[in-house]
Design a protein around this ligand. Sequence first.
Ligand code: PLP
Length: 421
Amino acid sequence: MEFETQCLHSGYTPKNGEPRVQPIVQSTTFTYDSAEDIGDLFDLKKAGFFYSRLANPTTSVVEEKLTALEGGVGALCTSSGQAAAFYALLNVLESGDHFISSSSIYGGTYNLFAHTLKKMGIDVTFVDPSLPLEELTRAIQPNTKAVFGETIANPALRVLDIEKFAQLAQAAQAPLIIDNTFATPYFCRPFEFGANIVVHSTTKYLDGHAVALGGVIIDGGNFNWHNGKFPQFTQPDETYHGLVYTETFGSAAYIVKARVQLMRDLGATPAPQNSFLLNLGLETLALRMQAHYRNALTVAEFLEAHPCVNAVNYPALKSSPDYALKQKYVPNGLCGVVSFEIKGGKEAAAKWLNALKLVSREVHVADIRTCALHPASSTHRQLSAEELEAIDISAGLIRISCGIEHINDILADLQQAFDSL
Ligand SMILES: Cc1ncc(COP(=O)(O)O)c(C=O)c1O
């Protein structure tokens, strides 16, 4: 099936007389005829639903669909994007291990890596993703067990050289984990460039309607766990009577272990209602991404030509330093998020934002409704001018997440806000 068709049909094929749409199975438990049936499920001898912390029919439909869209071998949905990144790493890393991450990543992920994982004894080295491979490989240590990056970084809007990071991961004999939230599988499928694991905050474009928090981990099934560095996949798991994941589940060892160990023990499970909403969002993903991209490119071009604007960040602009990377990894579009620096700094930015009428002021991106944010007076307001400069957030930087309204209405609102200055 083509991508658009998979968005509608993958994961659920109703039989004679069954509901056309996968229903919300709002049940924590599932009944069986015998104790042996349930015992086999607990021993992972049979597949089936028994408790919704581990698997639920509504969520399974979405997991199958996302597996198909990314081209992987299996998926695990989580209750948020943060939980997806956390589990994706914890599935390969233990106390005393190390991993390498691009420094150009979402702030929440940065905090998780730099502070929370550190407290658990897991060490990270942040690297500038634009460095040449020879310099990046200097970050590899004997205990390096993962490499992480974002296809399109939030909020920097830098495009990752995924193949270079895949080479870095190969040199470390470690899996490459890519956060593909901003690109979505409609525009980029990281497994095709050598990634091994993909994660998403489904809260963003995959849901698209700003109604359900969620995350997902998708396994590419393309990493060799038998390289001596990952005994947790190749040695017996005592909590399942000595089961060996690579022997029993083959190329899906990673994603099965994430579910039956991490979801079992940590429990960041999505509610079936949220999986239903995510599935609804996914059905129109292709249409929405085309519209987000069309509007964002027009907005970026409008801003680039505007006398009140100093600079625009949008890698689909030919003037962008990342244009060549965008053409390679995201050739048919880009996300709806554009950032720009307004002339007049913090004061002008706040005034412009307050003057918006259609576009809402929000700490969110990827909604079908256009929204905007001034980081220096909101998410980053505790930082000094020097600190903001150090993380490439100028006092006048504004982030717009372009929705799918008619472009004339978006541009008219942006222009009337400029007129108010
Ligand atoms: C790229 C990226 N990854 C992960 C997250 C975290 O996802 P969530 O907010 O669903 O926990 C976000 C949230 O903004 C994000 O933008």
